[in-house]
Design a protein around this ligand. Structure first.
Ligand code: PNW
Length: 510
């Protein structure tokens, strides 16, 4: 994941499409929200503009020799300087919502609670928020999409120091609520704490690149980082609930990503347990303490023992008090896998629940057709199962805060071919059908869907070669060209939502 693992098209688009199911265009509730998403470091550029401080990504993407693709986000989509154009683009797509993230070190260049505030950074996000609202688009704001202020990493190791990190994040969150909360009604504290902890502090594929290879202890660091993110989240939620919710009346939560896991051998009890355990190590790690106001899953305590931090009594109180204020479940979802129970005891380095992951099952059947990146297969049926799993466990209305894919061979195509993204159209269509089924047939509450991504952008360690956009970006000229999928999303939501309000198949539980 996130490495340069592009899948090139070895067959024609038509024959690839033939391997995918067909879309039924199933109905959605009339008030279902749709939108598009981005993250600051992936689109903004303006790395040194107007007083922005460096983040760990500015440092990580510039290491010599390169530890990523050799590319960086210095300019990216130059969104920082193309604000009006990008707001107009969103408006032309007819989105209800735009999900973006705030770059912490643009607002507080050094990051800490005693450090100066950069009013120019505040002005940029004010212009974005006001521009969206002027076009009738609701802002959904992520406070942390992986770009920790570099200074906080240097000062105390960022989330490796729970007390300091929690206090600095709470201060930064308070600043955002007080400056933007009159207009922002959906807040997300952290994007994908799982990825932050494991890719930043275990495999080292993402910033700050800690792993055993770089001399760090990956048997303990991810669990400490996860612990800090949970508590920093809870502190921000408590602050919002106490000081802002009464007047601003918005909602706040976190975004958890996950694959769904099917048992490798459907008839094997140990593989069935392995699939469930894998989900607990993925989602329950954060979801249980945050939404249930409790502790980590029992399966994690059992395997990790004292390497999994304990919540003190005061911290348990904080989690319990903040749990009811986590008003929705933010889900990023792309793909699924099979889970096979390992027969040997787990290594100290294991973070899977002692599960072997696979894209084929015991009968050699693949979980789904491959997209344009090696880790992502089209698995819409498993998406429906994950929606049910999250709803059954946490009982919070779900927003799909990210979903999307690159088309096979997309980066090697001409502009004309790339914008005719029929593979992505099919993927979206099938995944939105799965949402409809979860709502109408299973009684799951799903309230919104934000496509990843508004535009092709900096795909972290994979650089610019993996394209997830519904808008094509020419990274030399900055030119944006809408893809077929942007038109499809606009039309399909118009059609599907009308279907419900006309009284056809109305069974939405929202
Ligand atoms: C997300 N997986 O990460 C990120 O939030 C985005 O910034 C990123 O560009 C996008 O996905 C596409 O990669 C992922 O488990 C997290 O398969 C997890 C997975 C995939 C992507």
């Amino acid at each position: 994941m996130f490495e340069s693992n592009e899948v090139r098209a070895d067959t024609s688009t038509k024959s690839v499409l033939d391997t995918l199911d067909s879309v039924k265009e199933l109905p959605l509730p009339a008030d279902f929200l749709w939108g598009a998403a981005t993250a600051a470091y992936q689109v903004e550029g303006g790395a040194k503009q107007d007083g922005k401080g460096p983040s760990i990504w500015d440092e990580f993407s510039h290491r010599e020799p390169s530890v990523t693709s050799g590319e960086d986000g210095d300019i990216a989509c130059d969104h920082y300087n193309r604000l009006a154009e990008d707001i107009a683009l969103l408006s032309s797509y007819g989105v209800d919502v735009y999900r973006f993230s705030i770059c912490w070190s643009r607002l507080i260049p050094l990051g800490g609670r005693h450090d100066p505030i950069n009013e120019k950074g505040i002005a940029f996000y004010n212009a974005l928020i006001d521009g969206l609202i002027a076009h009738g688009i609701k802002p959904a704001v992520t406070l942390y999409h992986w770009d920790l202020p570099l200074e906080l990493h240097k000062r105390y190791g960022g989330p490796l120091n729970t007390t300091e990190f929690q206090a600095d994040f709470e201060h930064y969150a308070r600043l955002c609520f007080s400056r933007f909360g009159d207009r922002v009604k959906q807040w997300i504290t952290f994007n994908e704490p799982y990825i932050v902890a494991l890719f930043g502090y275990h495999s080292g594929i993402l910033a700050p690149g800690h792993s055993t290879k770089t001399g760090h202890d990956s048997t303990t660091e991810p669990w400490r980082v996860g612990h800090s993110l949970i508590l920093a989240h809870a502190a921000a939620v408590e602050t919002y609930a106490a000081d802002f919710l009464p007047s601003q009346k918005g909602s706040i939560s976190i975004v958890l990503n996950s694959d769904f896991y099917e048992p490798y051998d459907a008839t094997s009890e140990s593989d069935q347990e392995a699939a469930q355990r894998r989900l607990e190590f993925y989602v329950g790690w954060f979801g249980d303490p945050i939404y249930l106001g409790g502790d980590y899953p029992e399966s994690m305590r059992k395997q990790l023992g004292s390497r999994l931090p304990q919540f003190t009594e005061a911290e348990q109180e904080l989690l319990k008090n903040s749990a009811p204020h986590n008003t929705f479940y933010g889900m990023n979802h792309y793909t699924s896998q099979f889970a096979k129970a390992r027969s040997t005891p787990p290594s100290d380095d294991d973070h899977t629940g002692n599960v072997e992951e696979s894209t084929t099952n015991s009968e050699g059947v693949e979980i789904g057709p491959l997209s344009g990146v090696s880790w992502l297969r089209v698995t819409h049926k498993q998406f429906r199962k994950l929606l049910n799993w999250a709803w059954d466990r946490y009982k919070r209305p779900i927003y799909i805060t990210e979903n999307g894919c690159p088309c096979p061979g997309e980066n090697s195509m001409s502009l004309e071919q790339a914008v005719d993204d029929q593979f992505r159209v099919r993927y979206f269509g099938l995944y939105i059908d799965a949402i409809s089924q979860a709502i109408n047939e299973d009684g799951v509450k799903v309230a919104g869907y934000y496509a990843w991504s508004l535009m092709d952008n900096f795909e972290w360690a994979a650089g610019y070669s993996i394209r997830f956009g519904i808008t094509h970006v020419n990274f030399t000229t900055g030119t944006r060209t809408p893809k077929r999928s942007a038109k499809y999303l606009k039309e399909t939501f118009q059609k599907r939502r009308t279907a419900v309000s006309n009284g056809e198949a109305v069974n939405g539980k929202l």
